[in-house]
Design a protein around this ligand. Structure first.
Ligand SMILES: N[C@@H](CCC(=O)N[C@@H](CS)C(=O)NCC(=O)O)C(=O)O
Length: 214
């Protein structure tokens, strides 16, 4: 299998964590997002959305969308599990994952920031403030959910990493880039610290990827 990603892509980061956790080895290929390589015709032929990641299976089948890829990995390599066994727990983990992947990340993505600047004349500073606002709005909700719910454990759900943590940790990396004050989010920070001590998370972080840049 080949994972097409980019060291700084948080969606690719999610998949890298899942692969590491399950001990699945893949070839890695990179599309330099800042150079626009995701929009090149040869990649658009692979993923018409022109977004990373894409997972190319050994028979050439292309999977896109990080959550769909993680669910595929879960179904084909069930252990260790990224989702709890009980339906309510699974719904909770998916809901936490979607706070990040559906409601935070898409509106602070590279192409959205670029569009704000190019079409609406926003400065670098105001596009930056936009991203920080939406990360904080989402993190307010994630933190409140963690605090109110007994399902929270060492990790976002229980005491082993789930798909929710695979979405959360890359978003905390993004939050640092946008200078979000993490003191507002002690539970998220605690879980992030725990995750980053785990080898599967550590090895997946941007600075440890073959295409990493300073
Ligand atoms: N919902 C998609 C999001 C994928 C996505 O937005 N990828 C970003 C990198 S994290 C990307 O390729 N951005 C390129 C761009 O904005 O042009 C997923 O979860 O895979």
């Amino acid at each position: 299998m080949k994972l097409i990603g980019y060291f700084r892509s948080s969606a690719a980061f999610r998949v890298r964590i899942a692969l590491n956790l399950k001990g699945i080895k893949v070839e890695q290929a990179s599309r330099h997002l800042r150079k626009g390589e995701q929009s090149a015709p040869d990649y658009a032929a692979i993923n018409p959305q022109k977004l990373v990641p894409a997972l190319v299976l050994d028979d050439g089948t292309v999977l896109t969308q990080s959550l769909a890829i993680m669910e595929y990995l879960e179904e084909t390599h069930p252990e260790p599990a990224l989702l709890p066994k009980d339906p309510v727990g699974r719904a909770r983990v998916r809901a936490l994952s979607l706070i990040v992947s559906a409601d935070i990340h898409p509106i602070q993505n590279l192409r959205v920031m670029g569009y704000l600047r190019a079409k609406f004349g926003q400065t670098e500073e105001s596009a930056f403030a936009w991203s920080r606002h939406w990360i904080e709005t989402g993190f307010d909700a994630y933190e409140a959910t963690l605090r109110k719910d007994p399902g929270t454990g060492t990790f976002s759900h229980g005491n082993s990493p789930t798909m929710a943590d695979m979405c959360l940790v890359p978003q905390v990396f993004n939050a640092a880039r946008f200078k979000v004050d993490m003191a507002r989010y002690p539970t998220i920070q605690r879980i992030y610290d725990t995750c980053m001590k785990h080898p599967a998370f550590d090895a997946a972080q941007p600075s440890k990827q073959p295409d990493a840049e300073p």
